[in-house]
Design a protein around this ligand. Structure first.
Ligand code: C5P
Length: 401
């Protein structure tokens, strides 16, 4: 889980329909350890009752610039000084305009002016209003004044329009807050990753595959995202939920995985090939379901392209990390692959031993790079992924410096 303990967050809510999402945001921030105080504009109270945020934050909600009771608890200057971050979510077009112009005719606007700590806004409005030159100018000017802009996202809007202007989801805003406080060792880097098995069609209903569950790759995607990387996960068919905050590209065959990876590889800083790619595919998959007839059937298999080797051979190549799942002589095969595929790093594991590897929740790796090695685990795949990502960050920095 994230750690926002000791972080004080002042959450400003303005009058947009997305205000209901901020209730979830309060819950997530508190769950992550933050202390949250909520300030609402008068318009925000038309959408959600202050009591909702009061119940979730465990503190009274500040709504009025001239509220003597609230002022006696903590006056608005004190409130602005109290926080480590002031986040306005949702921030309406009207609020952003006033904020940019320096208005102070409600408590939240006053706090924005009085706050010396970082201020972030999560715009939320109709796509036409967002596209309007005035809004764009306000946002550009706010950014120039060091206001952090988080979002908006694209998608369906409450009014029925589709376009840019949706407030980021609560979980995405939580991630922005986390990134703000600890940018992570892979901050600013694009990490591409393959995970899971591939399926090679025999006919429309049958395929050749393997026992990879995708758990290791998904744990690595999550660990990399937590270290600030923007992660693209190209995944074969698995029974796992999509990791949060990661761009997921679903594929089936090795060829599809190859195509998806090649589209992103040159724009990536790090590539981790964790997928158990089928070495072979059926030469001519049958167009219709094959019928049972002869006692024996032969399938002609042809070699699939090696995705990792292809990425590592690119002229503009990312830092390449491979996996070697072996049933014997791990070190020999791993070091061989490091060389043959021209890798920066290889993570080797002995599969089919001690309940580790494929399908298990635990793993143990021996990680090699051209002039070093390190054991990782045995531990849960989550922990192994964390340690592997730390190593990748370390080696990446060395390789690029
Ligand atoms: O040669 P071998 O298949 O054992 O190498 C394993 C490594 O190569 C893994 O990182 C795997 O994801 C990658 N690989 C690949 N494309 C293939 C075969 C393996 O990217 N066709």
């Amino acid at each position: 889980m994230s750690d926002l303990s000791n972080k004080k967050i002042l959450l400003g809510i303005t009058g947009g329909i997305a205000a209901y999402k901020s209730a979830e945001l309060v819950r997530l921030l508190i769950k992550a350890g933050a202390e949250v105080r909520v300030v609402m504009t008068p318009a925000a109270q038309e959408f959600v009752q202050p009591l909702t945020y009061q119940a979730l934050s465990g503190h009274r909600v500040y709504v009025d610039l001239f509220d003597a009771e609230a002022e006696s608890a903590m006056d608005h200057i004190e409130l602005a000084r109290w926080c480590d971050l002031l986040l306005v979510a949702p921030a309406t077009a009207d609020f952003l305009g006033k904020m940019n112009a320096g208005y102070a005719d409600n408590l939240l606007l006053t706090l924005c002016l009085a706050c010396k700590q970082p201020v972030a806004v999560a715009p939320a409005m109709n796509q036409q209003m967002y596209a309007n030159a005035s809004t764009q100018q306000n946002l550009a000017q706010l950014a120039a004044k060091n206001v952090l802009l988080w979002g908006p996202a694209e998608g369906e809007q409450a009014c029925g329009d589709v376009g840019q202007g949706r407030m980021l989801e609560a979980v995405q805003l939580l991630q922005e807050v986390e990134r703000h406080f600890s940018p992570g060792r892979l901050a600013g880097l694009r990490l591409l990753l393959t995970a899971g098995p591939t399926r090679e069609a025999i006919d429309p209903v049958r395929y050749i595959s393997n026992r990879s569950s995708g758990k290791m790759g998904y744990a690595i995607a999550d660990a990399a995202r937590r270290q600030g990387a923007s992660v693209t996960l190209v995944s074969g068919p698995v029974a796992l939920p999509a990791p949060q905050g990661v761009k997921l590209v679903n594929v089936e065959s090795a060829q599809q995985m190859y195509d998806a990876v090649m589209q992103e590889a040159e724009a990536s800083d790090v590539f981790i090939a964790c997928a158990a790619v089928s070495d072979y595919r059926v030469d001519q998959a049958a167009e219709h379901k094959m019928k049972k007839s002869a006692d024996t059937v032969s399938l002609q298999l042809v070699l699939n392209a090696d995705i990792l080797a292809a990425v590592s051979a690119l002229e503009k190549r990312p830092f390449c990390v491979g996996f070697a799942a072996e049933t014997r002589d791990v070190e020999k095969y791993a070091l061989g692959k490091l060389q043959q595929k021209n890798l920066d790093m290889i993570a080797a594991n002995l599969v089919g031993e001690g309940g580790q590897g494929f399908e298990s929740d635990f793993n143990q790796l021996e990680v090699f790079w051209p002039d070093g090695r390190q054991a990782v685990g045995p531990a849960s795949k989550t922990e192994v992924a964390k340690q592997l990502i730390d190593l990748v960050a370390e080696r990446y920095t060395c390789a690029r410096s």
